[in-house]
Design a protein around this ligand. Structure first.
Ligand code: PA5
Length: 417
């Protein structure tokens, strides 16, 4: 279950409760009704309950794992960041990787290295694209397909799984023509809200993540939000962000207090940037890994322009009990015998004090621990808060017209190269 605390934000409890009841609650009703801007893309609201296809996804993951040491997930934006967030939060950082990512960059250097790595291993590819025609993953996929066909010949077709729109697109047509297995991204679910669909579930299942627990966590958080209404963490967080933005705080730092939250931080950036940043409006989202970035961005946060709000994202428990040993010579006495988690918690509390005293409104979002249920709850929390926050600001949370601008120029350039 997610908890939210705005006591160091400078917003009074009354003002927050008023905004949540009079502005966020109606925004949630608009979202639920499907009558708001972009309402045709609100089917993600029902993904936590959609467990019907889960057995097929798990069976496909088991089939892939049975034949391949590595699964290459090819995608970009919403077709990549959610799966990566799950991998980083829920699979060990140190040890062999079952899932690797491609198609999110066009680096010839990295792609050549990846092809060499895969040349020496059995691998399969899950190519993910809602539109089925995005340049970066399309280019990477063609190179990977070339290697698959060279290595496995006819049998390469059993090593490609496609996740795309169920009714249209070039990738779907190709999958049908070549006989590749394919999974549908529901038409009413946009890229950045798709992590609880086959987009995130298939890579997660292949990586050994408990997908049932993931959906159960999202379901439980959704039920909690609907029963608490204006008092829910989602609506209070959305309201606090808006009140702060209206007072000149136009950027939000999501300070992540566990390295395994780094991927979730990147996913949060895309979710909020593409949902809110339009029509000259929006709160600029940036995620940080703490405490590492206290030693880089920390100075700016403490004394730079007073335009940033900060949201601390952390887990309630300290994790395994690791005690810092004494050096035996009296040096670092402040640390000797202290638990690592206790030191991290002291740093976090000090940062909250220092930043809020320095004029940075600080909010806190807390999950229990890094597990599949809490990952599902966090995904629900941020998706719902983001859509509500965008509606409160009067923008369509589900389109991204600005992303098309570079694509038009790029297509022209590629045609003429
Ligand atoms: O959130 C979105 O809709 C986008 O970020 C898309 O996910 C991204 O552009 C990739 O698109 P596609 O899945 O069509 O390849």
């Amino acid at each position: 279950m997610i908890t939210f605390d705005a006591s160091a934000s400078g917003i009074s409890g009354d003002a927050l409760a008023r905004a949540a009841a009079s502005r966020a609650r109606p925004a949630l009703s608009l979202l639920e009704s499907g009558k708001g801007a972009g309402g045709e893309f609100t089917d993600w609201l029902r993904l936590p309950e959609e467990t019907g296809g889960l057995d097929a996804i798990k069976a496909e993951a088991a089939r892939i794992n049975g034949m391949s040491e590595v699964l290459v997930v090819v995608g970009i934006g919403g077709s990549y960041l959610g799966a990566r967030a799950l991998m980083e939060m829920l699979t060990p950082e140190f040890g062999p990787k079952k899932v690797v990512f491609a198609g999110k960059d066009l680096s010839a250097r990295r792609t050549a290295e990846l092809l060499k790595y895969l040349g020496e291993r059995d691998f399969s590819v899950n190519v993910i694209s809602k539109s089925g025609g995005t340049t970066e993953p399309s280019a990477a996929f063609r190179l990977l397909l070339g290697l698959l066909e060279k290595k496995y010949g006819e049998a390469a077709k059993d090593r490609v799984t496609v996740t795309t729109d169920p009714c249209r697109g070039a990738l779907l047509a190709l999958a049908r023509e070549r006989g590749w297995r394919h999974y549908g991204i529901p038409s009413g679910v946009g890229g950045r809200y798709s992590v609880l669909s086959p987009v995130g579930l298939l890579p997660a299942a292949a990586a050994g993540i408990d997908t049932e627990a993931l959906l159960a966590g999202a379901r439980a958080e959704k039920a909690c939000m609907l029963s608490l209404g204006a008092e829910s963490p989602e609506l209070r967080y959305a309201s606090a962000r808006r009140l702060l933005a209206e007072n000149g705080f136009t950027g939000e730092l999501l300070s992540c207090w566990e390295p395994c939250l780094r991927g979730l931080g990147d996913w949060y950036e895309q979710l909020f940037a593409e949902s809110e940043g339009k029509e000259g409006r929006g709160i600029f989202p940036v995620s940080l890994e703490m405490p590492a970035e206290l030693h880089s961005i920390g100075q700016f946060i403490q004394q730079g322009p007073r335009t940033l709000m900060e949201t601390m994202l952390h887990f309630a428990g300290d994790g395994p009990d690791l005690c810092v040993p004494s050096t035996g010579d009296g040096i670092d006495d402040d640390l000797s015998g202290k638990s690592l988690g206790g030191i991290a918690s002291a740093i976090r509390r000090a940062v909250i004090s220092a930043h809020s005293a320095g004029g940075v409104p600080v909010m806190s979002v807390e999950a229990e621990k890094p597990c599949a249920e809490e990952a599902g709850a966090l995904i629900w929390f941020f998706e719902a808060a983001c859509a509500v926050s965008a509606y409160m600001d009067g923008v369509n949370p589900f389109d991204q017209p600005g992303v098309e601008d570079y694509k038009k120029i790029m297509r022209e350039l590629l045609r003429n190269e």
